[in-house]
Design a binder for this molecule. Structure first.
Ligand code: PLP
Ligand code: LYS
Length: 483
């Protein structure tokens, strides 16, 4: 149940916020080159697509659910953010739009019509339990990278047979849980395969596995969020594929090979990149099938970018992405698994902050806010841009200047935005960092003992509920009790 918070003075807000193998049973020579029996060309594979059936729509994707009224107030759906600020604890908080989460999922579901598919929501993007329950209710599966993400997915009610366990360092105990629950497991390396076999034996269950093949496709994104190029720590090189196929064949009681997986990277803004990868992957699937494996799943991971700049840029939509791979998937009668995180959740949320004060050092102006790199690290970590604006109109006398928007954390990397043109805000003014739904709260820390913030969402109909308690100083002290 959502915690009850009194928003009685707001006309918009309702009162109810509402296990090791001693011998090595695996085939030797893991670097044996994998040879494709058919001559293979990427161009030819791509041309199997029928451009006439690809209904690519170039539309501005993922509309913003935070809008400014003509009189300069920021709204989340139909609720004034200023009013929410006045009604909740005085600290930074995350504010989500539940209807926008629904709209984002529906966009993927519409795009996937006519295909057998699983939308595997990447829990690492945002692990709020209420949000997970909502995504599960909308029909999503889940993509997991740790045992705790798996436990949380189970707690949120996700069907384990629609969950996929990824990762280059999966632990044996977590793999045992995955095997017990019937979760798909992506094989990332020789040692990972050994562990999956061991887990299957402990659980007494055969594990459905996909091979995570590194397609060596450049996703044209920040190097820290590229996952499918040749220097990546993730996945297996195609030269080693035959070794993995032989290893699976050697373990018929433990492993069932059901598909192939690749993941290209995150913030991808060109769908051609997905088409190139899908073309490579269906050729691998052809070759795997030619060896007698009944593989049915193509898991093409790689996340769409969003309009972080709020520039109105035309970026690929879920439909653009799915249409790009549709014919390839249909031509092999495959189930398609996708693994979106950011594009499902990023644009549904703002980090709401208060201005502590404004200062200048003679060369730069600073707006100092109560939020920081502790709550939202993407600008510090990737030099990422996230749009910033005030929640209410500034005084008519407020001078417009260029500011760095910084937090109170004792690090020069503690900035939320650099060189932003803003009307000089008053002390206490509300200031939001947009598109904070993905990789913000889930990457938040308690550095400088800034405790992780509470989270709220605006529900369908406009009521506002707390969906996560903010951490407190007492929570920190509790770690030391009884020691
Ligand atoms: C294996 C895997 N799946 C899913 C995702 C989610 O990607 P995104 O948030 O870009 O949609 C990631 C993140 O890059 C990933 O590494
Ligand atoms: N944490 C990254 C995305 C990483 C995706 C995981 N492979 C971000 O904030 O954009």
């Amino acid at each position: 149940m959502a915690a009850a918070t009194n928003f009685s003075h707001s006309p918009f807000i309702s009162k109810t916020l509402t296990h090791s193998l001693n011998h090595n049973p695996f085939p030797k020579n893991p670097t044996l080159p994998f040879k494709l029996s058919k001559s293979y060309s990427l161009k030819a594979a791509i041309s199997q697509q029928n451009p006439a059936t690809a209904t690519t729509q170039k539309t501005t994707q993922f509309k913003h659910c935070f809008t400014k009224s003509q009189d300069g107030f920021l709204y989340c759906e139909n609720v004034k953010v200023q009013e929410i600020m006045e009604s909740v604890e005085k600290r930074p908080f995350y504010l989500y739009s539940k209807p926008q989460i629904t709209r984002n999922v529906e966009a993927y579901k519409d795009a996937l019509e006519g295909l057998r598919s699983i939308i595997g929501y990447a829990i690492k993007a945002n692990n709020n339990l209420k949000i997970l329950e909502h995504l599960r209710g909308l029909g999503c599966g889940a993509v997991l990278v740790s045992g705790n993400e798996l436990r949380l997915a189970l707690r949120a009610g996700f069907d384990p047979t629609r969950c996929i366990f990824n990762g280059n360092g999966k632990l044996l105990d977590d793999l045992v849980l995955a095997a017990q629950e019937g979760v798909f497991v992506n094989v990332d390396s020789e040692f990972d395969l050994e562990n999956i076999v061991a887990a299957a034996r402990i659980a007494g269950k055969k594990v459905n596995v996909l091979l995570r093949i590194n397609p060596d496709v450049d996703p044209q994104v920040h190097p820290y969020v590229a996952t499918g190029n040749k220097n990546s720590k993730f996945g297996i090189r195609n030269e080693k594929l035959q070794w993995f196929l032989d290893a699976v064949k050697a373990h018929p009681n433990e492993l069932k090979l059901v598909g192939a997986h690749c993941h290209l990277g995150s913030t991808i803004t060109k769908v051609d990149i997905f088409r190139d990868a899908a073309a490579l992957m269906v050729n691998y699937i052809d070759e795997i099938r030619a060896q007698g494996f009944e593989v049915d799943y193509l898991n093409i991971g790689g996340g769409l970018g969003i309009d972080y700049y709020h520039s109105g840029a035309v970026l690929p939509t879920p439909r653009d992405l799915i249409d790009t791979v549709r014919e390839l998937v249909l031509s092999r009668d495959l189930n398609l698994i996708i693994e979106p995180g950011r594009s499902l959740i990023a644009n549904t949320c703002c980090l709401v902050n208060r201005v502590t004060g404004v200062k200048t050092n003679g060369t730069k102006n600073f707006v100092v806010i109560d939020g920081s790199m502790a709550e939202l690290i993407r600008p510090s970590l990737y030099d990422a841009y996230q749009h910033i604006e005030l929640v209410s109109p500034a005084l008519p006398s407020a001078e417009v200047s260029t500011f760095d928007v910084v937090g109170p954390v004792c690090e020069s990397a503690d900035f939320l935005g650099k060189d932003r043109e803003l009307p000089t805000p008053a002390k206490g003014a509300g200031l939001v960092v947009h598109d904070a739904g993905a990789y913000c709260m889930s990457m938040a820390s308690t550095y400088n003992l800034k405790m992780r913030p509470p989270e709220y969402w605006v529900e369908d109909g406009g009521s506002v509920s707390k969906i996560r308690q903010g951490e407190t100083f007492e929570d920190h002290i509790r770690f030391f009790e009884g020691l």
